[in-house]
Design a protein around this ligand. Structure first.
Ligand SMILES: C[S@@+](CC[C@H](N)C(=O)[O-])C[C@H]1O[C@@H](n2cnc3c(N)ncnc32)[C@H](O)[C@@H]1O
Length: 245
């Protein structure tokens, strides 16, 4: 499936109106980690990333890859083992400590002079650098620009009112050749408040369309027991490739 997004404007974004005012605070996320409400975490590398890895890497080695809202996602170690340089950002220190422990990596901690209260946690090889702070505190002057971005469980976790700010930040972190793989979810938003939030194509176009070509790369049925328990009868993961124009 290789479609550029439909620009006809036929698809309405009214369907997601029920989620527009929803706010999940940083404290709420910290509590989810504390209470172990982390059903979003997968123990295996994401199937769509594995399937489209060639597109993501485009034959390049030693990439600098960004993981916004990284949690303890296992793809960070997987890609670091291939020789890439990983930078993540995550508000929960618990998540980052669990990442290093579960991946058997020793790490050091340092302060980040540009971001008061933030910590930078680095594995001893120096290939994995994880910032413990809010994504909104990170800028390209602190982290530089990236060759690739893996965004799964990230844009869809951002409060709808903050999406534009998030999208502008991602755009500011992309270098000219950056491959931005974005995974969204598609379901009936009147049945579940989110997160993950439903993001229609029309909204993606509004957020990124001026600066990026957006290509629908793949779509996979991900309806499992948790989504059925939310009352959903369909749930798709949808993967897009964003490239700067
Ligand atoms: C749905 S989880 C996805 C984690 C990871 N991307 C994955 O695929 O497993 C969203 C993560 O974002 C973190 N988070 C939420 N708001 C954040 C913020 N403003 N800055 C940094 N991290 C944040 C949460 O603690 C949580 O670990």
């Amino acid at each position: 499936m290789e479609n550029y997004l439909d620009t006809s404007g036929k698809e309405g974004d009214g369907d997601a109106v029920s989620q527009r005012g929803r706010v999940v605070t940083e404290d709420d996320w910290l509590k989810k980690w504390q209470m172990r409400h982390i059903g979003f975490h997968n123990e295996q590398e994401h199937g769509l990333l594995k399937k489209h890895l060639d597109i993501f890497l485009s034959g390049r080695s030693g990439l600098k890859i960004f993981f916004p809202l990284c949690g303890k996602t296992v793809e960070m170690k997987w890609l670091a083992d291939m020789g890439h340089h990983i930078v993540g950002v995550e508000i929960s220190e618990t998540a980052l400590k669990e990442f290093f422990t579960e991946q058997n990596l020793s790490y050091s901690e340092e302060t980040v002079p540009e971001i008061p209260g933030a910590k930078l946690m680095k594995d001893t090889s120096g290939n994995i650098s994880l910032y413990c702070c809010s994504i909104y505190d990170l800028t390209s002057s602190v982290a530089g620009k990236f060759d690739a971005i893996w965004d799964r469980g990230s844009l869809v976790a951002i409060n709808p009112c903050d999406r534009e700010r998030y999208a502008n930040l991602m755009l500011s972190l992309m270098n000219q050749k950056c491959c931005y793989l974005l995974v969204t979810v598609s379901y009936d938003p009147s049945k579940h408040p989110g997160p993950p939030f439903y993001i229609p194509d029309s909204e993606l176009k509004k957020l990124f369309g001026q600066r990026c070509d957006i290509k629908l790369l793949d779509k996979t049925d991900d309806l499992k027991e948790p989504q059925r328990a939310w009352g959903l009868d369909y749930f798709w993961e949808v993967m897009y490739l964003l490239l700067l124009k």
